[in-house]
Design a protein around this ligand. Structure first.
Ligand SMILES: [Zn+2]
Length: 474
């Protein structure tokens, strides 16, 4: 009997219960650090499967860990389950129609992500048991991937220590390895305080926080010409100081998000932005308070695990989309722009096909080590603690943008379910290989240790930074 086929068969058998879990989580979209019901649903399944659950990990009520197995090495599976604000959308249709106006929605497919990673963890544990192999699997329930860097706070608390390698996945347009590099980032609030005054009667007495905010923005604009090429600085104004032009605004705030391929570059840019803010405060005789919200590290690639996962993906083969999947994808396709389709090809560094398939059930060649995710993920911080590899599984109509109503609409579709099973087979197959071939795990570890030896991990969130949900309104 072939070992890897064992895990596929286990996943086929266990699959329906976990597809149902994913659908249930889709039905209760919860935002960063508020995922109580989604975490409880996952914990329920894990306990029923005989996993020992540790709650309140890193002092985060919706972070948890579940372990099963005996002795041997520890292999981790990373799961997410948070939704996005403003993306409420009915499932299974091809037009924009919210379930609840202004409500949340699973716009990044994290309902599938967590359930699929649990499915892989349970199948791997069953496989170890059936084979009489020593080894432990740990599922990490990781909240707040969207704008909360839950895993970075978890890494700061040391919860990933003792895990020798980890796997995860993300739903997307293609079956491919997830880009093995990403951008590091830091996000911080800049809040200016001035002095209110009647803008016509006594303007000389007023000191405008809003002026300071605008000057900061001008300063950052001038900085942009002198940044590393792949660096990005984004901002949102979170307090305007009021709606009255005839009152000098005494309170204004912006949230800045700074990204670059490496953490030291991010920190250097953050220092420059801090100086610009202080300069703006000095010019306007206001005060500025700076509060770091969150940060995350860039992904560290691991060639050994990437090659393992690529081989497993190719072994699993095609996603097996059926006519109903294709028909629905065809309806979604009509709502997409050609640039949406071009963008997913660009992300994977491949030439767009003349007639892009509605669903890409095939496996892209790889591993490709030149790809950098044009965004950030808090999996980055886990990848500085242990070798990590991730796959992307085709789960929606090719070209569906992340964080779109179209992605929410497809979150419970046949294609989404097939994508989740494909990912679970790839992850469980890869983990089974690591347990069965200690030399493979040793090589992945050696590569990881060599990378870390050059630049040891330093959590980009310092000990002074409070958990986001503990901070009062900033
Ligand atoms: Zn995501």
């Amino acid at each position: 009997m072939n070992a890897v086929v064992d895990t596929d068969r286990l996943i086929e058998g266990l699959g329906p219960a976990y597809l149902d879990l994913s659908d249930r989580i889709w039905d209760m979209p919860e935002l960063r650090y508020q995922e109580e019901r989604s975490a409880a649903a996952q914990i329920g399944m894990l306990e029923a499967a005989g996993f020992k659950v540790t709650r309140n990990l890193a002092d985060i009520p919706t972070a948890f860990m579940a372990e099963a197995g005996e002795g041997g090495p520890v292999i981790g599976f990373l799961g997410e389950f948070d939704a996005l604000a403003g993306l409420s959308q009915e499932a299974g249709i091809a037009e924009k129609r919210p379930v609840a106006e202004g409500g949340n929605g699973h716009g990044c497919g994290h309902n599938l992500l967590g359930a699929g990673a649990i499915l892989a963890a349970v199948a791997t544990r069953d496989h170890l048991k059936a084979r009489g192999l020593a080894g432990r699997v740990r599922y990490f329930g990781c909240p707040a991937e969207e704008g909360g860097s839950g895993k970075t706070f978890m890494a700061r608390a040391g919860v990933f220590e003792g895990v020798e390698a980890a796997f995860s996945w993300h739903p997307g347009s293609f079956n491919s390895l997830f880009p093995s590099q990403s951008l590091a980032n830091i996000q911080a609030y800049f809040r200016f305080s001035g002095r209110a005054s009647h803008a016509a009667a006594s303007p000389e007495l007023g000191r405008s926080a809003l002026d300071a905010l605008e000057l900061m923005s001008v300063g950052v604009q001038y900085m942009r010409e002198h940044m590393p090429e792949k660096a990005r600085v984004h901002s949102a104004i979170t307090r305007t100081g009021g709606l009255s032009p005839n009152v000098v605004q005494d309170d204004a705030e912006a949230l800045y998000l700074i990204r670059s391929p490496q953490i030291p570059e991010v920190m250097a840019l953050f220092e420059r932005v801090r100086k610009i803010a202080q300069g703006a405060a000095m010019m306007t005789e206001t005060e500025v308070g700076i509060t770091v919200d969150k940060a995350c590290s860039n992904l560290l690639p691991n060639t050994v695990l990437d090659e393992l996962m690529q081989a497993e993906m190719e072994r699993v083969g095609d996603s097996g989309f059926d006519d109903a999947d294709l028909a629905y994808a065809g309806e979604i396709r009509r709502t997409l722009h050609e640039n949406d389709i071009a963008a997913v090809y660009q992300m994977f560094g491949i030439e767009p096909e003349a007639e892009p398939p509605l669903l890409a059930g095939h496996v892209l060649p790889g591993p490709r080590h030149d790809l950098i995710l044009p965004g950030s993920t808090d999996v980055g911080d886990v990848s500085w603690q242990m070798p990590v590899a991730q796959v992307m599984a085709a789960s929606n109509a090719l070209g569906t943008p992340f964080h779109s109503w179209q992605l929410v609409a497809q979150g419970k579709s046949g294609a989404a379910h097939r994508g989740m099973l494909f990912a679970a087979k790839t992850m469980a197959g890869s983990a089974a290989r690591l347990f069965e071939a200690p030399d493979l795990l040793a090589r992945a570890r050696a590569e990881f240790e060599a990378r870390i030896a050059k630049t040891p991990y330093r959590c980009p969130i310092g000990p002074e930074v409070d958990l986001p949900f503990r901070r009062g309104a900033s």
